[in-house]
Design a protein around this ligand. Structure first.
Ligand SMILES: *Cc1c(COP(=O)(O)O)cnc(C)c1O
Length: 352
């Protein structure tokens, strides 16, 4: 509390990101970063962009990047909105499309940034409980609302909702924006982007932080019909005219174009996920089916917080949420096979 803080600032409950500690030999499986480096072509493009031209402002519309995104997804360029991370895109979505008189709906167990944006922008929301097996049931969203948002696959559960269910939700809520946060969709999910042409209320948000190994570059985007994109552009140009810097535009454009590398790394992550799931199951863990680059797992006879601590003592960092319904679970990012082996070795010593 501080007397110079505005009332808004005094009442904020900020998001707490996973730690980024500097510990030698740490096996870091806590923030869903990609274990593989960015596309070599993206790194080369960034190097190439480092020069005299940094004197100048970047393209405020990030046209090169939006063109690459449009080409990758097979949509017109006017269907693409770009931002400095998908967290920033989401912030603009919350104030631009989801702040209405009726409450915004999202799951009770989901990306914990959503209630933070509601606090920042004064958005009324209702948390809709997941089912007992931590699934989203679309029928539970059949209540008056000013918008709907959830990640697909959901975070931190990793569970995927089929596109048929998303389509049912879009049909049942023609007067609300339905926002699908696809941060993890490239690890085995079907994207809702092909539904955009038919549904004026659908916005899909993606990021280059996870499947494209560029969490450090901070680039995200949204895809929707032009009337939704125009709303987001209005917010963006009332906030920061140049959200993507020159290096980000160069690197992100090249990353979107390097589909071969993208496919190679995401397949490697999916293969490691299958392997890790099997090993965790053998150690007695219950592992939710995951379509993401992490698994959500609990052990019937070991407390979640205790496991977190015991792993940390062995220099393995995973994520735990002190939150009702999920406080027995660990969220484990998929590392390289060597990192997963280090995790399994530590767990074997703890639970074995
Ligand atoms: C990681 C993540 C994001 C944020 O991605 P950035 O582009 O790095 O901001 C958004 N939504 C979900 C569900 C995530 O897990």
């Amino acid at each position: 509390m501080n007397r110079y803080w505005s009332r808004v600032t005094q009442q904020l409950t900020p998001y707490v990101p996973g730690e980024q500690p500097q510990i030698d030999g740490l096996v870091k499986l806590n923030t869903n970063e990609n274990p593989y480096p960015p596309s070599p072509r993206a790194l080369e493009a960034i190097r190439h962009a480092t020069g005299e031209s940094l004197r100048r402002y970047p393209d405020p519309d990030a046209t090169a990047f939006k063109t690459a995104v449009a080409r990758f997804h097979g949509v017109p360029a006017d269907h693409v909105f770009a931002g400095n991370s998908s967290d920033e895109v989401l912030a603009h979505v919350f104030v631009g499309l989801l702040k209405h008189d009726l409450p915004l709906l999202f799951p009770d167990v989901t990306y914990s940034f959503y209630p933070v944006y509601c606090g920042l922008y004064g958005i009324d929301y209702r948390a809709v409980p997941l089912t007992d097996d931590l699934s989203i049931r679309v029928q539970d969203y059949g209540q008056p609302n000013g918008g709907i948002i959830f990640p697909n696959p959901n975070a931190p559960t990793g569970r995927l909702l089929p596109l048929d269910d998303i389509e049912a939700l879009l049909k049942a809520n023609p007067d609300s924006a339905v926002v699908i946060d696809e941060a993890y969709v490239d690890f085995g999910g079907a994207s809702a982007v092909p539904l955009v042409a038919a549904y004026p209320n659908l916005l899909v948000v993606q990021t280059l932080s996870k499947a494209r190994s560029l969490a450090g570059l901070r680039v995200g985007y949204a895809i929707g019909q032009p009337h939704l994109i125009e709303g987001l552009e209005r917010v963006k140009s009332s906030f920061n005219s140049y959200p993507l810097d020159r290096l980000a535009i160069a690197g992100a454009t090249a990353a979107m174009e390097d589909t071969a590398y993208f496919d190679q790394t995401r397949r490697a992550v999916m293969a490691s996920r299958a392997r890790l799931t099997e090993q965790l199951t053998q150690l007695g863990f219950e592992v939710l089916p995951s379509a993401a680059n992490f698994v959500f797992a609990r052990h019937p006879s070991h407390d979640g917080a205790a496991l977190l601590k015991a792993l940390r003592e062995r220099k393995v960092l995973v994520r735990h949420f002190k939150q009702p319904r999920i406080d027995q679970y660990l969220r484990i990012s998929i590392g390289t096979d060597a990192e997963c082996d280090a995790l399994i070795g530590a767990l074997r010593a703890i639970v074995g």
